[in-house]
Write a protein that binds this ligand. Structure first.
Ligand code: GDP
Ligand code: ZN
Length: 498
């Protein structure tokens, strides 16, 4: 029997398991054409053989028709047959992609079969019977695309993020990365570092003043300085790309009994709310994953904040403090009647002393229980509120809640979203979408600084080494050099069939 390594051709169901209208089964590897010949019988082939045998054997069955070569990149109607018994397993569609013009750069076959358990099971069993074939491991198709040089690591990550995208902003960002935008930018950066290194190497080989022009060392230094500034500016992105991908962490905090849980329940019931509810020990929801204006938001509730002699509650308060400090943004909920007090110069917003230290530039304020204030007091109060990042609502009667959600979406978009220009093009797009990129860029920055610190020109050989490391660090982002250790980690997060 063949070993797994010898069975180089892989197959897998690429659509989710279970019943569906259509299921797609993918095959990739050197034996793909063999798979086609053994299990695919096109109606085109049946027609040809029927024409040939006119009048003799009109009822010749499809399974008896010989296999004919596929027309690459063209979807063909076919029967899938069992390679041993020639039994027809399904009436299907098949596309053959001839390598290297395929996703994996190898020959690829896609079978679009009826999405029933028995159909899919029968076709997968048939594939298992073709010599040289084995089931694919998670992400193996994408891994072959990477190994074939069709995708770099940032594109691999982009593809996975695209599959995982829940919101519009995530979809747009992932599509750009999967399309190779980060790839080409990191590539250009690495090329420029290598260009700088080439100058230094020329100096080492020939020495200044002979075959090399004067001032080459200074020229290299200036280039390195520009490159380190460029990396520095890529790094100062407030982690926007990473935050957009994983979701903006928004923590709800405030004194007890102001409506924090009511707010979380309200947000959870909105139509745009997506997925996870993490239930707490009480009836409160603790964490929610939401789509607010196309932005992915992870909202968490905290215990009420107040000074308390009760030890258990103290722990809860401490935890709330930490949560607020660790979050990207926070929403302070207060009761409108408690928070606004009359002063001679009109109503004023008052934040309790124990809470005030937690307020940051990324803290928004929601004043709840608007319904408890008589209209005569309410009107001047509302006009006295801050213009931005502060809203008054009644969660009980759902007054002002629409404006609050829309306003919060705008505030968060200003901070985190890609900015679209008049043509609808995204500008100001953060290049870093994964922590991995940041780690390598930070080390590239350190090596460039080390180069700039080497005293000129006596330690030039050492300086060249620093530049080489800097180029290598950037190369790691794309997976051009020395990344065996991260490959498994990256591809294992894929599903089978991707
Ligand atoms: P939390 O302790 O901050 O989580 O507050 P809850 O959401 O548990 O609400 C505390 C109490 O305030 C509950 O009895 C709610 O029914 C009530 N409540 C919440 N929102 C409003 C509101 O807009 N108006 C009024 N009158 N009561 C509210
Ligand atoms: Zn609560």
């Amino acid at each position: 029997p063949l070993s797994d390594a010898q069975r180089r051709t892989i197959y897998a169901l690429s659509t989710p398991p279970g019943k569906s209208g259509v299921a797609v089964i993918r095959v990739s590897g050197p034996e793909t054409l063999g798979v086609w010949q053994r299990i695919v019988r096109t109606t085109r082939a049946a027609r040809i053989s029927q024409d040939k045998g006119k009048g003799k054997d009109v009822n010749r069955s499809v399974t008896k028709t010989p296999s004919i070569l596929p027309q690459p990149w063209k979807m063909e109607r076919c029967h899938i047959i069992d390679p041993h018994t020639s039994e027809i397993l399904d009436d299907a569609l098949a596309v053959f992609f001839r390598g290297p013009r395929s996703f994996t750069t190898e020959d690829v076959l896609e079978l679009h079969v009826h999405g029933g358990r028995a159909v899919v099971g029968a076709v997968l069993t048939a594939l298992a019977r073709v010599p040289g074939c084995r089931p694919a491991s998670p992400g193996e198709f994408t891994r072959r695309a990477y190994e074939g040089g069709r995708l770099d690591l940032t594109q691999v990550e982009g593809l996975r993020d695209l599959v995982d995208a829940d919101t519009e902003s995530q979809r747009r960002a992932a599509l750009r990365v999967a399309g190779g935008e980060a790839r080409s930018q990191f590539h250009a950066l690495r090329e420029d570092i290598i260009g700088c290194l080439a100058l230094i190497e020329a100096l080492i080989d020939f020495g200044e003043g002979e075959d090399i022009e004067e001032g080459v060392f200074d020229q290299a230094r200036q280039q390195a300085q520009r490159l380190r500034d460029r990396i520095q500016s890529i790094l100062s992105d407030n982690r926007r790309g990473e935050i957009m991908r994983t979701g903006i962490r928004l923590v709800i905090f405030g004194p007890p009994n102001v409506g924090k849980s009511s707010l979380l329940n309200f947000l959870a019931q909105r139509e745009a709310a997506i997925v996870t509810h993490v239930p707490g020990t009480t009836r409160d929801i603790l964490e929610l994953s939401l789509d607010i204006g196309g932005l992915p938001i992870l909202v968490a509730d905290t215990a009420g904040l107040r000074e308390s002699p009760d030890e258990v509650e103290q722990i809860g308060i401490e935890r709330a403090r930490k949560a607020v400090q660790a979050a990207d943004a926070s929403l302070l909920v207060l009761s409108l009647s408690d928070a606004v007090s009359a002063t001679p110069s009109g109503p004023r917003l008052h934040i309790p002393a124990e809470i005030a230290p937690l307020v940051t530039p990324n803290t928004f304020i929601l004043l709840n229980k608007m319904d408890l204030l008589p209209t005569s007091v309410l009107m001047p109060t509302l006009t006295a509120l801050p213009q931005h990042g502060c809203w008054a609502v009644s969660l009980a009667s759902q007054t002002g809640t629409g404006e609050f959600v829309a306003g919060l979406a705008t505030e968060l978009q200003d901070r985190y979203n890609l900015i679209q220009d008049a043509e609808g093009e995204d500008t100001n797009v953060p290049l870093i979408t994964h922590a991995r990129h940041r780690v390598h860029l930070e080390s590239a920055l350190e090596f460039l600084d080390a180069f700039l610190d080497t005293p000129a020109p006596e330690d030039i050989v050492l300086g060249a080494e620093e530049l080489r490391y800097a180029a290598q660090a950037v190369g790691k982002i794309s997976g051009l050099v020395d990344v065996e250790d991260v490959l498994d980690a990256i591809f294992n997060q894929f599903c089978i069939g991707k």
